[in-house]
Structure formats: C-alpha cells, structure tokens
Design a protein around this ligand. Sequence first.
Ligand code: GDP
Length: 488
Amino acid sequence: RMSTISSAINLPTIYALSTPPGQRSAIALIRVTGTQSKYIYHKLTGKEKNPVPRKAMYRNLYMPGSNILLDSTIVLYFKAPHSFTGEDIIELHCHGGRAVTSAILNSIQALNDMENGIDIRYAGPGEFSRRSFQNDKFDLTELESINQLIDSETELQRRCALSSFNGENKVMFQNWRQTLIENMAPLTAIVDFGEEIEIEGMESILNNIKRDVLKLKKEVQSFIERIEKSSILQNGIRISLLGKPNAGKSSLINSLTNNDVSIVSSIPGTTRDSIDAPIDINGYKVIITDTAGLREQSDDIIENLGIERAIEKSKRSDICLFVLEADSSMKIDESLNKLLLSKELQDKKVILVVNKEDLIINKDELRTMIHNLNNEMKNQYPILPISCLNQCGISDLIDLLTKEFKELSDTSDGADPIIMSQRVKDILINDVIFGLNSFIDCLDSDIDIVLATENLNLAIEGIGKITGQVVGIEEVLDVVFANFCVGK
Ligand code: GDP
C-alpha cells in the first residue's frame, strides 16, 4: 500500500503521557513507541533481561545511571508488530501527579543521544495513531472513531464511535472505491485508444458505467444524509423552554436533570452551573437553549405578546417545550395560538406541558382542562400534565422527548447513527459527490471522456483520502491528526 512507511528504523522513538497532564490521579500512563522502547526499559529499570511481551511486570524505575528511585510501576511491553502502533511499545503505569510523571518523562528525554543514533523525543498530537496508520494497523476512519470515542459524552455517541471503530464504514468505503476503480478501467482504455478509433459497443459500456455510478451516487448521498441527521447527536438537540414567568420552567429543568439525567461534563465555553449546559437525557445530548432571563422571571412572552422573541427563540431549537400553569382559567389564547401556528414552528417538534397538576385536586377537572386545551389549539400538539413538585408525569415527558430525539436523529428504525468527522463529510460532498456529478454531466452533455475520467478520479481519490489509500498522504495525515491528543 502506497502510504506505508516500511522502514520504521529512521523514525524517532516517541513517548508521551497518555493520561491528562498536570492532574492529580491514582495512576498515570506513559507510553513509548519505537525502536528504542526496549532500550528505555533497560535504562529505566536497570534490568538487563529483555521485558516479557504482554505480561504485567512490577518494576522500580530509576533515574538512568543512578540508583535514584523515580517510582514503583507496572510495565507492559508489546513487541512489534503486535502493538497498537506496530512498533515496540513500552507502557509505564506509574503513580499519578505532576512530580512523578515529570520525573519519569525527564528521565526518558535525558536518554536522547542523537550522536549515537538514539533519537528520542516527546510525541506530537496523534503521533501514536499516525504510526499505527503508517504501519497498516488501522485506516483513517477507524482512527478518527477512536478520537470520537474519547470525545463521547453520551451513551449513543459512544455506541456510534465504537461501531465505526469496528470497521463497518471502512468496508463500505473500500467497496465504493473498488466499484469506481473497476469502472475506471474501461474508460482508461477508451481514452488510451484515442477517440478516432471506433470502439465496438462503446455506448453500452458507457451506459453500464453510468448506471453503476448513479447507483453509487445514491448510496453516498443517503450516507451523507444519515451523517447530517446524526450530527445532531454530536452537537446536542436544542430545546427551547417557553412560558410565562412562574409557570415552572426552572423547576422543569431541575426535574429533568434529577430524573436519570445528569449534567454532561462541561464542554468548552459552557459552565456546569449555567442552565444551557448540555444535559444527558436517555443517552441523548440535549441543550436547553437561550434561557437567559429565566431566573429573573422577565420572560413574559405570551402575556406581553412578545411573540417575536418567542419565535426567535424557537427558530434556533429543534424542540419547543411550552410550559403552562394548571389553573381553571388556563386557556390557549390568541397569542399562544398565533405562536403555535407561526411558520417558524411548523418544522419544529412542539410539546405542551401543563405544570403544577398537583394543584388541581379533582383529576376529572384536570382531564377537562386538557381536553379543552386540545380543542382550543388550532394545531394538534401533545399536551402532558406534569408536576415538578411531586415529579408526576416527568417520566412520561422524558419518554415523549426520547421519541422525538429518535426521530430527529434518525435513530427510530433502530439503526445506529453515523458519526463522521467534518473532514470526511467535506470530502464526501466536495470530492466524491462533486466528482460523480461532474462525471455524469460529462457523459450526458458532450461525451468528453477525458474530462469524465478526471472527474471519476476525483471521486476515487476522495474516497482514498477518507480511508488513507492515496498518494500524497502526508497532507491528509496532518489534517486528520491535528486535533488528536498527545499520547494517542
Ligand atoms: P419559572 O419562572 O417559569 O422558571 O418558574 P419557577 O420554576 O421558578 O417556578 C415558579 C414557582 O412555581 C416556584 O415557587 C415553584 O416552586 C412553583 N412550582 C413549580 N413547579 C410546581 C409544581 O409542579 N407544583 C407546584 N405546586 N408548584 C410548582
């Protein structure tokens, strides 16, 4: 394979802390990969015997050339090529914390001795993965899915990343590329023969190719659609909470976060205590949006006919959750109906909840209320009675929300969503689909076979860039591994 760098001998041995730097922890992991891994093991442990592959070894580490103890560790050795990178790997499971790890890291760096051909340096971002790619251990989509696995915040994200890591998409990409390459062969022959020569059955050859390409284009397109639908899982499903002050919007957020949902660890730019931090509802990442002013209870959208503002809010969300307050005078008035009928809301999922149902002692009265609301509503949306006070109806609401999440992310048929990097998405659109479309145009318009061939090639190279089977791979690799962590 073109991308393979067969002689790893010239590559420096790299090492990195694979666990988060500068943090106090019970254990930290330092990984070393490359030809000098065993050398580093000998120097740090003072042992002359070779390490045993795949066996946990309890070892004291010393500052090289001294008897100054650095730490007591567990060491693992993976012998090339049976390792993640395909090179010799040493893993040092040391105690966590800044002093221990930096003492060991410094000792490793001190072993660098270029004059004697011992080239050791700290790894760059994603450099371990890069080596594993270069040694044919994984293709780029598999490695990117490891990155996505690490970034996963919810159960569903974890599952998607894992299914991609298991190579499902890899096989599909390979098949696509193979189909195109097979169709490329007769085209190249036609080009090589030159256009003067009459080729027997050329028209039917071209028709067959066109049929294959159109079929593939459809597949690629539906794949892109699924990625786009699934991207909502990555970015979070946005819910806007609308309702009069005191209707119980803040209480509802609390109820949702207390019921088997937890605040997802803070992502950059959001803080844990802010209301629009992402929360996890049944494995879905959810962002309750635009709740500024909520606490100040100034959000008097319905009473003040602040419809414009409410529409603005709703526009930016996937689900609009209206919170009404249960009392006998409750009704869906003109302004609320106007809002519910606005064109901005038509492509949104809308749910109404009647909060504080605990205040209505007579449940027949409650049923009548909901029934009346239904009649007043010019558009039919689900209405759920709930109580944030005693949690009544909250689990029904979560069930209903989950059903909507499934539809929004196209996971309702049970198929796992597809999470692909932006890089892959861009290539699919800009190279693959573009190439296939232009190819078909060339055949349809003036049958310019040379140009058609170039376009088909663009699509083939595009798929190659996705998996890593392409010439000029270095620049592709730079893009892929740029946002990897060091130590991965
Ligand atoms: P917001 O202005 O829409 O955010 O409303 P809040 O969540 O701050 O609630 C306003 C008031 O209603 C508070 O005093 C809550 O304790 C009360 N409240 C919220 N939910 C319920 C409920 O289900 N039942 C009852 N009885 N009171 C509630």
